[in-house]
Design a binder for this molecule. Structure first.
Ligand SMILES: [Zn+2]
Length: 285
């Protein structure tokens, strides 16, 4: 379901209601009883339980709608970066970290999540590192501020830098790296922005030290010479530098915010945490 160009609490609420109605009718027709609903929303944090600063929606109201339509189904909301982190950690073969690390997602938005013990849902905390301001006179960010690292490094910002429409960039998917010619001027600016992203990550690690960082998103598609700018940015601000701080970095493939995989992985994670399917159920069999 598409969201309107300028989303409001009302129009986002309507889109949720339409999607829920579709889901309810679909499950009824197939006589399926849902075991868990997982909802992933960009910008959902501990201060935005009622009104969300990134996607204008009233979580309380949406939660009420789920209650009306799916009365007995367990429901969980999360920040979309937590859902993506769950997806990558649980579904990626050879995911680089199994212990505590910082997951950084560079897509439509830019954010991070602390990944601690995977059996504790509370240990997955979103980190709004994308809204670290680097220049108060910089480009406007969707959070309402100017010059956030997200305003320089998100997919919409990348599309603008490459001189193509965001829709075209999304359609190209991972192919954009080999399809779109990059002039040396654009490449230089790209590296400057990646350096800023590195600074934001390094600053985050200064606040809460951590020995592993997984970066997922469009920077993962770039050649080493380009994405090294991220590493240099981390080195430039991480106390003691990366070597002394013993931080290992890994680039993992990007995933987009539009597919349902992240929310599905999050719902499966919630279900597993509650003990999974009853052993006697045919589904479990
Ligand atoms: Zn921002």
């Amino acid at each position: 379901m598409n969201l309107p160009k300028t989303p409001t609490v009302e129009s986002v609420g309507r889109a949720f209601r339409d999607a829920m109605t579709l889901l309810r009718d679909w499950t009824r027709r197939r006589r399926i009883t849902l075991a868990q609903i997982g909802v992933s929303i960009p910008g959902l944090g501990r201060f935005s339980i009622s009104v969300n600063p990134i996607i204008p929606c009233d979580i309380g109201r949406i939660s009420g709608m789920f209650g009306e339509m799916f009365a007995d189904v367990p429901l969980a909301f999360t920040n979309s970066v937590v859902a993506h982190a769950t997806f990558h950690r649980c579904r990626t073969e050879n995911y680089p970290f199994s212990d505590t690390h910082l997951f950084v997602f560079v897509s439509q938005g830019v954010a991070g999540a602390w990944m601690d013990d995977p059996t504790e849902a509370d240990n997955l905390q979103p980190v709004e590192l994308g809204h670290m301001v680097f220049g108060a006179d910089g480009p406007r960010c969707r959070c309402g501020h100017h010059g956030c690292v997200e305003a320089y490094t998100s997919l919409p910002a990348l599309a603008e830098l490459l001189g193509i429409a965001e829709a075209e960039l999304l359609q190209l998917g991972s192919e954009w790296v080999s399809t779109i010619p990059i002039s040396s001027r654009v490449r230089q600016e790209l590296r400057r922005r990646l350096f800023r992203l590195g600074l934001a990550i390094g600053n985050t690690l200064n606040v809460k030290p951590c020995s592993g960082v997984a970066i997922s998103g469009w920077p993962s598609l770039l050649a080493d010479e380009d994405r090294n700018a991220v590493v240099e940015g981390i080195d430039a601000c991480l106390l003691g530098g990366r070597k002394l701080a013993q931080v290992s970095l890994a680039f993992v493939p990007p995933s987009t915010g539009n597919d349902p995989q992240a929310a599905l992985a999050f719902a499966a994670f919630c279900l597993a945490n509650r003990g999974g399917m009853p052993a006697a159920s045919t589904e479990a069999a």
